[in-house]
Design a protein around this ligand. Structure first.
Ligand SMILES: [Zn+2]
Length: 630
């Protein structure tokens, strides 16, 4: 009896010790049930990869010189500081997004040959007196000078006498609705824009207050001081001054490092960035005799519509086919972000299996984009370690243990292993787009996307980044280096109440606001059901498909990133102007907006003028388009 009892005690003790040492614990030391290996991993026989290693290039500050070559046309951006603190890259990215032509200069005489000059980052009164004199004379000679963050000293050039910096301006509103550059802003969210949430931040972005005005206050803060001033000169010249570094602000928004300035997080209109750069665009088009801007939407449509589906639940893996069939019938291709879930964990079953692979092939045959929605779909992706870049299927085991804990996940593992499996099973184009679960966003994501072969992400809400336009990403979501990857922010999602079909009208309202300036409407629908969300999508397409260019993220991204390299300039002819377009390769669907007095005289089936817009269907390496002027 005693021996039996001793054996029993020994087994119990051994069990307790084994339990204490082998079972996983969360951050607080609590035990968590472990999923055993046999039922937790779906094994595709003899499949292993990727076999190559991911290497992330070290960062190097992008050179401003890249944007200082090519024809002189558009806004001359005069860089008065090219040092590390100069955020010219934010200005460049926003100009490219909004289709404002520009060139960077460091030589003042070369810059002042243009009819619109943006002096960046600021005109300091301690600048070389000769340069200062040339700049201050420029609007008197008929030029349009745009500047920002001007301190007293030369402030009278811009129409104010007093200036001081502050971090206590949270809002800006339009003061002069009749000014031509501000007339188009008739929405309340445009007429007052937001820089930071005062409930969350004791200080806002740095701004300048301008007062003692001789010129016009175009935009003001709630304290009545001016944010944007204008001074008119008798010869037609103008001087505008913003009270904020627009380059820095642009990067802050694009890097998702802003001060939670959005008034609503998603499913509504939030145009702070767009208002500011549409104003800059108007300053250019209304003050340059040869202003030509580049359109933002293919086919010269009003809006780009990207329908996206997140497959992050086993049932969605099959429901998605009903959505894809409906989309195909309408000649629409959508993006399917698929969670490559070969592991069973706290979240769900290991549904990326043989049947999922069959569904994947059907998605591809319906001409939908297959994209990655990670492997673990972890809420902690933003704090995952970077990883070694050698993670492979089937040994990479990121497991979501509960809402607060995921084990063994890495930033690179989620990207490279999901892409490997999707590329292996999907016979269509290679996976190019990524969306993390819960929009959980590591700082290293831009360079990790590039290193693992992605080009596009859709991982923030438009409101969060204060823009309804796509934009280029930066290394470490920081301020120094641009990377060849682009973000397509989400406009409308499917989880907020009331349920989606009840808020179709409000989504259409947002679409019409964005369509006024050729923005992006990116819609996220989880196919976890095929009822009210499906009805919403059908209703949306019924209403706006005709005014929209409907595209996958990848197709739009390929066009948008190619558009990024388009250059153009104008030369005078006997009867008007020639527009010279330079493209690195074959490019389709470029729209140029020209002055209203210009009439296209080039006869080509590829070119079509409608009002002041000129759609060029196809360009190979370049084209010259002739215009006569009335
Ligand atoms: Zn998801």
């Amino acid at each position: 009896m005693k021996i039996v009892r001793n054996i029993f005690v020994f087994v119990m003790l051994f069990g307790i010790i084994y339990f204490l040492f082998k079972v996983d614990r969360d951050k607080n030391g609590h035990f968590i049930a472990t999923v055993t290996a046999n039922d937790s991993i779906f094994i595709f026989p003899n499949l292993k990869g990727p076999t190559d290693s991911t290497v992330i290039k070290p960062t190097h500050r992008s050179s401003w010189k890249k944007y200082s070559t090519g024809p002189s046309f558009g806004v001359a951006v005069l860089l008065l500081d090219t040092g590390k603190e100069s955020n010219w890259m934010g200005l460049v990215h926003a100009f490219k997004t909004f289709g404002i032509p520009f060139k960077l200069y460091t030589n003042v005489d070369s810059a002042l040959k243009s009819d619109v000059v943006y002096a960046y980052p600021s005109i300091d009164a301690s600048l070389n007196p000769t340069i200062l004199a040339k700049l201050t004379n420029y609007p008197q000679r008929g030029g349009t000078l745009i500047a920002q963050n001007i301190e007293s000293g030369i402030s009278q050039v811009f129409g104010f006498r007093a200036s001081y910096g502050t971090t206590h301006n949270y809002k800006i509103r339009i003061a002069d609705f009749n000014n031509p550059i501000l007339k188009e802003f008739n929405d309340s969210k445009e007429r007052e824009i937001s820089l930071a949430d005062p409930k969350l931040f004791k200080e806002s972005e740095g701004t300048y207050n301008y007062s003692n005005l001789m010129g016009n206050p175009l935009m003001v803060y709630p304290n009545g001081m001016a944010f944007l001033t204008e001074r008119d000169y008798p010869g037609g010249g103008k001087a505008y001054c913003f009270g904020m570094d627009l380059g820095y602000f642009s990067l802050t928004c694009n890097d998702e490092r802003g001060l939670e300035a959005y008034r609503t997080y998603v499913n509504s209109y939030e145009p702070t960035m767009d208002v500011i750069f549409r104003i800059v665009k108007n300053m250019y088009t209304m003050n340059s005799k040869t202003a030509v801007t580049l359109g933002t939407v293919q086919e010269n449509k009003k809006l780009t519509l990207c329908i996206t589906h997140d497959i992050d639940y086993w049932r969605s893996m099959y429901n998605e086919l009903k959505y894809a069939e409906m989309e195909r019938k309408r000649n629409v291709s959508a993006t399917y972000f698929i969670q490559v879930k070969y592991l069973q964990d706290w979240n769900d079953l290991d549904y990326f299996n043989d049947s999922a692979v069959v569904a994947l092939a059907e998605i591809d045959s319906l001409k939908m984009e297959v994209a990655s929605h990670s492997i673990s779909h972890s809420r902690q992706y933003d704090v995952f370690p970077l990883g070694k870049g050698n993670e492979q299927y089937p040994t990479y085991h990121p497991l979501v243990r509960n809402i607060k804990l995921t084990t063994n996940g890495t930033v690179l593992g989620e990207l490279r292993v999901s892409k490997f499996l999707l590329d292996h099973f999907d016979k269509g184009p290679k996976v190019a787009s990524f969306r993390p679960g819960h929009l959980s966003l590591p700082y290293s994501l831009p360079q990790c996307l590039v290193a693992t072969g992605y080009k596009y992400s859709s991982d923030v809400t438009a409101n969060d980044v204060l823009t309804h336009m796509p934009y280029q990403l930066n290394y470490d979501r920081a301020y120094d280096e641009e990377v060849p990857a682009w973000e397509f922010p989400i406009t409308i999602e499917d989880e907020e109440l009331p349920q989606m079909d009840k808020r179709l009208d409000s989504a259409l309202c947002v679409a019409h606001k964005i369509s006024k300036y050729g923005g992006l409407m990116c819609v996220l629908i989880h196919p976890n059901e095929v009822d009210y969300k499906y009805k919403f999508e059908v209703g949306l397409l019924d209403s706006i498909q005709s005014i929209s260019h409907v595209s996958t993220i990848r197709d739009f991204g390929d066009w948008w990133s190619a558009r990024n390299n388009v250059q153009y300039y104008v030369s005078k002819t006997a009867t008007g102007y020639d527009l010279h377009v330079v493209t690195p390769a074959t490019m389709s669907d470029l729209t140029f907006f020209v002055p209203p007095t210009w009439t296209c005289s080039t006869v080509s089936t590829s070119i079509k003028q409608t009002g002041n817009s000129v759609l060029v269907k196809n360009v190979t390496n370049g084209a010259t388009i002739n215009f006569t002027v009335k």
